[in-house]
Design a protein around this ligand. Structure first.
Ligand SMILES: [Zn+2]
Ligand SMILES: [Zn+2]
Length: 369
């Protein structure tokens, strides 16, 4: 059954969104139709708007979302209409070279179909009023009242979880907490340095604390983000005013941080990671640059058995991780409220992205009625 609904359509990089009435495709056997209730504005959406991440247009962005299952295809068994779900942007085939090696983020079908910006099977699930197919970023396209996802992308969570905070679990929080819990090996009492205090960084520093870290330093260039980091238990360091290396070495008998989690996405931040980590320590890069850009490192900073790992989604196993992240929030172990700077309507999307671009907000969340 097709359905008409409002969605924010982006027709080209550098343009404004247009709110249009679009039409969903009939539900496939493995599909889940989700009534979106909240969707966060993430830097990856912004990369598409600004043109550094190139995807086919017209496209519906939005890949950090939570909602209610409206309908399911005939082969979907793990959710039923009415379930509350957080949406994952990393569906996987489960049987390719990388899936067999526990790297679903490199799944062949995921990587092959991602650049097409359609659904996981490579087909569209939404159309403009004139019948033109709409692309959907990261197999989601959540900046609309509804979206159709592959069943595995819809992960049921506790109904007590408020939607605006639940949506953050789907990208920023999974990436940040997951980097600390699934990727890095943080020992009790470890000294952890988090670079960049956006939504991912603020989640990463909390993940480090959940893992039992001792001192967690947090670096940013904006004082308001540093005070948020401080309120979440980190020692704030200003990236220009403070001597970050001296602070980290001073806390570790001169060794450097045991683990460095990078979430700033700037060349200076990437360079700081390898300078600040101790010999034998671990670096996890979460931030991004335009893929054609070069980054320079001092060779000596890369030596001494340092382990450097890039992670896009914090080693996410959504069906395992989303429910416990929601539980951690409900048990007051994980703070999500401070990550939400603004709650906006779909019509305010462009203003929300302008604020994200300027660094004024941690997260704006589109709320759907
Ligand atoms: Zn994201
Ligand atoms: Zn696969």
């Amino acid at each position: 059954m097709e359905r008409d609904y409002r969605a924010a359509v982006l027709a080209g990089a550098g343009q404004k969104h247009r709110i249009e009435t679009v039409r969903s495709a009939p539900l496939g056997a493995k599909d889940v139709l989700v009534r979106v209730r909240a969707a966060g504005l993430c830097h990856t959406d912004l990369e598409v708007i600004d043109g550094s991440l190139r995807v086919p247009m017209p496209v519906v962005l939005g890949h950090e979302a939570a909602g209610i299952v409206e309908a399911v295809g005939g082969e979907v068994e793990h959710v039923v209409p009415g379930d509350h779900v957080v949406l994952s942007w990393n569906p996987r085939c489960g049987h390719c070279f990388y899936c067999d090696r526990d790297l679903p983020i490199l799944c062949a079908q995921y990587l092959a179909n991602g650049p097409k910006a359609l659904q996981f099977d490579g087909r569209p699930r939404a159309f403009r009023a004139d019948g033109e197919q709409l692309h959907a970023l990261m197999f989601l396209g959540a900046f609309g009242e509804f979206c159709i996802v592959d069943g595995q992308q819809a992960v049921p969570i506790d109904r007590e979880m408020p939607f605006d905070r639940a949506c953050l679990l789907g990208c920023a929080v999974m990436t940040g907490v997951g980097a600390a819990r699934n990727i890095a090996h943080i020992e009790p009492g470890a000294c952890v340095l988090v670079i960049g205090c956006g939504a991912v960084g603020l989640a990463a520093l909390q993940g480090a604390r959940l893992a039992g870290a001792g001192t967690v330093f947090a670096v940013d260039l904006r004082d308001e983000k540093l005070s948020l980091a401080k309120s979440l238990g980190a020692v704030p360091l200003h990236g220009e005013r403070d001597d970050v290396l001296a602070a980290v070495r001073g806390a570790t008998d001169g060794r450097g941080a045991d683990v460095v989690l990078e979430s700033a996405g700037a060349p200076s931040a990437f360079r700081l990671t390898t300078e600040a980590v101790r010999p034998g320590g671990e670096v996890v890069w979460l931030g991004k640059l335009d893929v054609e850009r070069d980054v320079g490192f001092r060779w000596g900073s890369l030596m001494q058995e340092k382990r450097i790992r890039r992670s896009s989604y914090g080693g996410a196993e959504p069906a395992r991780d989303f429910p416990w992240l929601a539980r951690a929030y409900l048990d007051a172990q994980l703070a999500l409220d401070p990550l939400i700077s603004r709650r906006i309507t779909l019509d305010e999307l462009d203003d929300g992205f302008a604020a994200l671009r300027n660094g004024e907000t941690i997260r704006s969340v589109v709320m759907f009625p």
